[in-house]
Write a new protein. Structure first.
Length: 125
């Protein structure tokens, strides 16, 4: 018995579909990302860039920045009544949208005082 005699002569592949126009791109839909992230414009980005690009080259400015920008969040505290801790207020500084830039500027000021001016910066910790 020959296999060729029992096979159909015409084979149709229903899953193979060619587009009418080959020059147009085809759109593929995937379920891996059902919602694409929307592009947004950060209104504070110019301020953040400006703060990041400030070069510390003045000793008095560096001292002022180290005094003005605290080393740790001043809002974090424990509320104590009659010697018992009632609750803890967590640091709120991370909610500040320019927190990272301010901490970076304070760090650059400390590095300038320590490296360039050869000053003791232990008073700022």
């Amino acid at each position: 018995m020959k296999v060729f005699n029992n096979t159909p002569k015409k084979i149709f592949f229903a899953s193979w579909v060619l587009p009418d126009r080959l020059d147009e791109p085809t759109i593929e839909l995937t379920n891996s990302q059902p919602f694409a992230p929307r592009p947004y414009w950060d209104i504070l980005q110019p301020l953040k860039n400006w703060l990041d690009n400030i070069q510390i080259s003045d000793r008095q400015l560096a001292h002022r920045l180290c005094k003005f920008i605290p080393a740790q969040c001043p809002f974090e505290q424990d509320v104590v009544l009659l010697g018992k801790k009632l609750f803890h207020i967590p640091p709120m500084c991370k909610l500040n949208p320019v927190y990272e830039e301010l901490v970076g500027m304070r760090f650059r000021a400390l590095c300038y005082l320590a490296d360039e001016c050869q000053e003791d910066i232990s008073q700022y910790y």
